[in-house]
Write a protein that binds this ligand. Sequence first.
Ligand code: MET
Ligand SMILES: [Zn+2]
Length: 777
Amino acid sequence: MPSITPAFPGGTILGYPRIGRRRELKRAVEAHWAGRTTAAELDETLTALRLATVRRLVALGLDPADGSVPSSFSPYDHVLDAAVLLGVEPADGYFAAARGDATRPPLEMTKWFDTNYHYLVPEIGPDTPITYADDAPVRWFAEAARPADGGTPVVTRPVVVGPVTFLLLATAAAGAPDGFRPLDRLDDAVAAYGQLLAALGAAGAPWVQLDEPALVADTVTAGLAPGELAAAVRRTYTALTGVPGRPSILVAAPYGDLRTGRDDLLAVLAATDVEALAVDLVRGAPADAPVAGLETKTLVAGLVDGHNVWRADLAARLDQAAALGARTGAGAVTVATSTSLLHVPHDVADETWDGTDGRDPRLAGWLAFADQKVAEVVTLARGLRDGADAVADRLAAASAALADRATAAGVVVPQVRARAAALDDADATRAPYAERAAAQAARLGLPPLPTTTIGSFPQTPQIRAARASWAQGTTTDAAYADAMRAEVAHVIALQEELGLDVLVHGEPERNDMVQYFAEQLDGFAVTAGGWVQSYGSRCVRPPILWGDVSRPAPMTVAWTRYAQSLTSRPVKGMLTGPVTILAWSFVRDDLPVADVASQVALALRDEVADLEAAGTAVVQVDEPALRELLPLRTADQPAYLAWSVRSFRVATGGAAPDVQVHTHLCYSDFGDVIDAIDGLDADVTSLEAARSRMEIVPQLQQAGYARGIGPGVWDIHSPRVPTTEALTELLTLAAGAVDPALVWANPDCGLKTRGYEETTASLRHLVAAARAVRATL
Ligand code: MET
Ligand SMILES: [Zn+2]
């Protein structure tokens, strides 16, 4: 066997949360944005955070001397960091690029692969400067290797987005000629990365990690010509491995399978001179026969799930790792997480598990957050090096935890399983649309171009304060409910005054559109401090779906009934759909996700039935995350679309013909899911559309969609109040593209992040615009 020089570390992780155990990053950057700290003070805090992070990773068992510890920090976003590295964005305009300022709008933000992390989309044209412009990775390496505080040196492995992925995620800058693609600038980018590698080598870095997740994502590469991606990868890594004095290169391909695209990119990378390849073996399968070129490389086996919170079956993973060398022909095999740990909270031990705050103590033993996953990697690496016996106690403890979880009460609830198994097509099928439309028209008696909103009204500081003091126990349940009822009454009165046609209760009682339901459903747990970064300084606490899901009691009915008691106009019942509930939670890994979705759908179906029984004539089931879970590989998409559409239809399929079912989608480009939107069979679909000037309306029509459609005319992501004229123009555009009888007038999304002043003015303009267009019909 040829020797591997230098050996890659025995065990590693592809990246670690950047936000800080106590959300120190959030606090530091927000204080700086508010003008409370200088740039130098911010810098000092971030340096301390970086050092604390690498030292913690060493304390958890990663080797301090060989590049095991990733240097994966970012002050805001790692894609923005790469843009600054290449001089595409100026280093001194870092936060302005992220958030906008008086001189420029922020970069657009979009989902990072199929995760709930959002990155900033770089804008690149033919003349955009691309040069090695920022040495942050070198400085961060040096500050840990030669710490100014005299602490123990840590030789880290700088982690940078790879050039192919960076360009594939970028968008063509405004004014770029037709047909220009950022990938056309590959040679410039590779030259700049080459300079970075030379600088890292000179600073003494033994390894660098270049992340290339675009290589597993047809959703990103679909527009390329056959063979073009493989050629770009070959060209990039042939050039970079030729850089004199460079560190050894690890190319990481998290989130999916390198081998199942149009080209087998594992084979392409194995044929280059990079020293190590990290593959995601949670999502992808290893090669089943030796791969040419791999014999001189280290295969870094991503066997610990970086994207979920469950403790791993270490004995099984160790067997898998031990078999990989022979199976793939790799010269050496080491273990890692499948992805960066960016997507999971820091430490299970940061929660209280004694049952005092309602969290099931059994869960503590079943979970692995970031720190537990580091320990899992360390155990696997030791087992691989010294044999299973050397880590026998750890393997046994993991097996025992899994066995405990498998047999614990609530994990399998026979009645829930039986009910899901008994579902058939009839449960997912409502009366024909024509019949429903006639019954709903008779019941609701709405004018053409009915006006409505998407659900939430501004979450004022008073609402947030009331919720916080209720959560702390300083406000009684009764006082909190009174405060929320007063808010609902205010929102109803305001909508009546504005002249909206279909009202909402405003969702003041909801902390979050998923957590609110997770707190009330059996089978879910919520954490107090399980924060993960959503984007920049924004963090979320995804609920944990651990058991069979059912609904012990109605969740929303009292609020909707109360709101309806205040008005003679229809008030929408508001639910979050099954796909979105799953997308924004950590979902159990011991049951096919389609089955989990059926359980959630049945719980929602019961809620719809109770709303209907309470007299609700319109029910909205939001699915903003429908596009988010779309699999990265084209071949996997039909199965996903089948179960996601079906679960929505199960949730809504029991509604009587005269109950109008709405859905709402946002956050995306709907092109890939247009047939699925039609498949939901909702009576009315509201979508984000203002920024794309209604282009979704003709697209949906061409796809055969012929039910109610509410293309959002007001972009609620901006504080700007749209004029009546602008709204009239957009509504006219929509009403001209399809049968105007199908068109609704509504904003893009919920109003919870907006203030009352702009909301009131904008809705006034919306109602006026709808009336103006109505008069022309
Ligand atoms: C992200 S979609 C939000 C929908 C929800 N009904 C709201 O208005 O807030
Ligand atoms: Zn929305």
